[in-house]
Design a protein around this ligand. Structure first.
Ligand code: MRU
Length: 354
């Protein structure tokens, strides 16, 4: 059963007067409207992204973040570029540029690849623009439907009264709405209001503290915030019944990349015999790579580690490394919850053909 989220993370707005265009004709112009996630939890504000270059920046600076949300943002971005550029070869170059905005989440590549197909299939610039816009809206709408299916399949493995631990934010704000890991929480909570969540803070960018707690509080789902190092403590005390996290890329063998710190949670869950599930749409599966070894891991700015809220929290000269993601080996994953059902990690590529 679906419990609607109040949050609409990203959507295409048609506004012919407001959107810049150098192309003639009647195809509806538009722009992408999204929650500016860099401002959370202080401000819940929409920002309008009106050009392809602005979309590149929005993805890179994490105004929009979370694998499925940046996939949709990428599709919107190609439609925005098509409002500015009529030359197909030029537009295809912009697809490559947009795809380079964040390297780990494969949903971005997947969505842009679909838009490349639209560009290559031909037509006048106006026809291509219309088709790109329609495809972007289709991907946006499908995302919510897919998340609700993930939620409903996942709810079946949540025990009555369970406490679910999650890491980072794989919620409505990481998707178009509803969420993957938090989609499972929403569907489980709709069936059983005694379900609750423990949310890891998720250093360095604190998506758990800033975003997961905010969206669960907004939707009235009980949530307790803990810091990343506390998970084993609560597991040992028997206070966590299962772990559900999202993913940014799943390799053919079921290894899954997600926010840095997820691997640590998975090891702790294995040690304490707690089921560890990954919830993700099949667009997160990269069947072209055999294992997690081949997943590119984004290295982010050192300031994310050295500073909190603009203030330095360490010796300024200290060495820093800041990988944004880690890879949880398939052997630590109990199951992968998708829109087609729950699969063993080793079954994930065959599930795509179902
Ligand atoms: O760096 P972020 O905030 O984009 O990382 C997000 C995550 O790691 C999510 O868990 C993942 O993208 C899945 S979102 C449904």
């Amino acid at each position: 059963m679906a419990l609607e989220s109040k949050i609409k993370t990203i959507f295409w707005e048609v506004n012919e007067a407001d959107a810049p265009s150098t192309l003639p004709g009647e195809a509806a112009r538009g722009f992408s409207r999204m929650v500016d996630q860099t401002l959370l939890p202080y401000e819940y504000k929409y920002v309008d992204i009106k050009t392809g270059d602005a979309m590149y920046d929005a993805i890179q600076t994490m105004i929009v973040r979370g694998a499925p949300a940046i996939g949709v943002a990428g599709a919107h971005g190609v439609a925005l570029y098509a409002q500015e550029i009529s030359d197909k070869a030029e537009l295809l170059k912009k697809c490559d540029y947009l795809e380079s905005s964040r390297p780990t989440a494969v949903n971005l590549r997947w969505a842009i690849e679909q838009q490349r197909g639209v560009i290559k299939s031909g037509g006048t610039p106006e026809e291509i623009l219309t088709a790109l816009r329609e495809n972007a809206i289709k991907l946006q709408e499908e995302d919510i439907a897919i998340n609700k299916k993930i939620g409903d399949f996942g709810a079946a493995v949540v025990p009555k009264g369970a406490t679910i631990l999650t890491h980072c934010n794989a919620g409505a704000l990481a998707t178009v709405g509803y969420g993957t890991a938090l989609g499972v929480v929403r569907s489980a909570f709709a069936n059983d209001p005694t379900v609750q969540v423990f949310a890891d803070e998720t250093r360095p960018r604190q998506q758990g503290a800033r975003i997961t707690t905010l969206e669960l509080v907004m939707d009235g789902i009980p949530v307790t915030l803990i810091t990343d190092g506390m998970c084993s403590y609560f597991m040992k005390k028997g206070m966590i019944d299962l772990v559900v996290v999202g993913a940014d890329r799943i390799a053919a063998n079921g290894d899954a990349a997600n926010k840095i710190g997820t691997y640590t949670v998975a090891i702790a869950a294995k040690y304490h015999n707690i089921p560890f599930y990954v919830a993700a749409p099949l667009s997160t599966v990269d069947a072209s790579i055999k294992s997690g070894e081949q997943i590119p891991i984004e290295e982010r700015s050192h300031e994310e580690v050295t500073h909190i809220n603009g203030k330095i929290v360490c010796a300024p000269e200290v060495n820093v490394i800041n990988p944004g993601f880690d890879v949880t080996p398939a052997e630590l994953i109990t199951g992968i919850i998708t829109e087609k059902g729950i699969f063993q990690p080793s079954e994930i590529t065959s599930s795509m053909a179902l």
